[in-house]
Design a protein around this ligand. Structure first.
Ligand code: CO8
Length: 375
């Protein structure tokens, strides 16, 4: 592959129209908690039920760095009697919601790569949740874009994007695809428990996409040679969603709290930061570089303090916004899309020969990284 490296030649970001601030979210959660506590005052007084604690916008920003998030559908999320988005069902002959947001990002990535559907052989839709089991969203997107070849969906929670980029790299290197479209339509809001004080603020909706191809077909203005990539998983129950089809046979509540996102955030923080720093150190050295050779860190966007700790561990100093861009203040945690948003917003200013690293870390646990050099 040295004569014909694999490159990232295009990237696309689609942002929903609706914003929800910490203050809006906290006001609605607190109103819900107070109503719950009033309704269950007798059981709470008798020690049979725990009182719902109140949330605070100050805590959220200090603990996570998150100030706001985007929502595909805002209607319903802040309604005390509902606390979940109100998404209009679509018929089987209509474009599905997630395919729609996938297409928004995919078209932008194709334009930035100077490619059309005719150039693509493989479509991967990779994200934390897909709205149905089959047909694959990737095949629906492939159909809409007039792409021949094949598509499939992948689920790897927060590492869905990086793991899919590695699959795309491998396919191009092996010659099984000329160019690959990787899309991350992160529709997280239907899985968020907006009545859980510890996690109601964490997630936002977004869609990102990238085009990968061999260097000899690349005509885009900004392209990045992939010097190496690594996928790593270590089993952990500290981030879970048990949502799945077996609930019907188990006679459990399909929409119960254990089937929505829940985590031990403090434990995740402590486990994942050293793992991610070690992974990055090893991966950068594996491609013959030193951490000081990396000009840009496009890191997973779950928690500002986590990113600062990881880069401080690697570099022995604090990083600037230019070196390790933070987007989670505006977007919150967008599952696998966070590092790709950071890339989309902050890559064109790099000079030829500069190095950057895309890295995700999260549920599984899973860590994925790609070391890039601007061409
Ligand atoms: N308001 C006020 N107080 C609060 C709130 C709140 N909203 N939440 C917690 N507190 C309180 C706690 O009760 C606790 O009180 P006390 O000290 O009296 O016990 C105190 O604040 C401190 O609580 P924590 O120790 O939990 O607070 P942290 O400083 O650890 O911050 C975070 C919590 C922000 C969650 C932090 O731990 C964190 O970000 N950890 C990293 C987690 C992470 O990266 N997880 C990855 C999840 S994403 C992923 O893997 C993809 C999943 C797929 C997508 C899912 C889509 C739905």
């Amino acid at each position: 592959m040295t004569n014909n490296p694999v490159v990232i030649s295009g990237a696309g970001l689609w942002i929903p129209d609706n914003t929800i601030t910490n203050e809006e979210l906290v006001d609605s959660y607190n109103a819900w908690a107070q109503a719950y506590n009033g309704e269950h005052s007798a059981e709470i007084a008798a020690g049979e039920l725990a009182e719902k604690p109140l949330s605070s916008a100050e805590f959220i920003e200090k603990a996570s760095g998150i100030k706001a998030r985007y929502a595909y559908v805002k209607d319903g999320v802040l309604e005390v009697a509902r606390m979940r988005p109100r998404i209009t069902p679509r018929g089987e002959d209509e474009l599905s919601h997630q395919a729609e947001i996938a297409l928004h990002a995919a078209r932008k990535a194709l334009t930035s790569a100077d490619k059309t559907g005719a150039d693509i052989d493989m479509v991967i839709v990779s994200c934390a949740y897909t709205e149905r089991s089959y047909p694959a969203l990737a095949i629906e997107v492939q159909h809409e874009l007039g792409i021949t070849g094949f598509g499939f969906d992948m689920l790897v929670a927060c590492s869905a994007a990086t793991f899919a980029l590695q699959r795309a790299y491998d396919a191009i290197a092996a010659g099984s695809a000329r160019a690959v479209l990787v899309i991350n339509p992160e529709l997280t809001s239907p899985q968020v428990n907006y009545t859980d004080r510890d996690s109601h603020f964490i997630f936002g909706d977004v869609s990102t996409a990238m085009v990968l191809e061999a260097a000899d077909t690349c005509t885009s203005a900004h392209s990045y040679e992939i010097l190496g990539s690594k996928a790593q998983t270590v089993f952990s129950n500290n981030i879970r969603s048990n949502f799945g089809y077996v609930a019907r046979a188990e006679d459990t509540d399909v929409f119960g709290p254990e089937n929505l996102f829940h985590q031990n955030g403090r434990k995740v923080f402590k486990d994942v930061c050293p793992m991610a720093a070690e992974h990055l150190q090893q991966q950068i050295e594996a491609v013959g570089l030193d951490v000081a050779d990396v000009q840009r860190w496009w890191l997973h966007q779950a928690n500002l303090n986590m990113n600062q700790l990881i880069t401080r561990r690697l570099l022995g100093r604090d990083t600037t916004q230019a070196e390790a861009p933070i987007v989670l203040d505006e977007f919150a945690n967008t599952a696998s899309a966070g590092s790709i948003i950071a890339f989309c917003r902050h890559h064109e200013d790099l000079n030829s020969g500069d190095h950057g690293v895309i890295c995700s870390f999260g549920a599984g646990y899973s860590i994925g990284s790609l070391v890039l050099r601007k061409r």
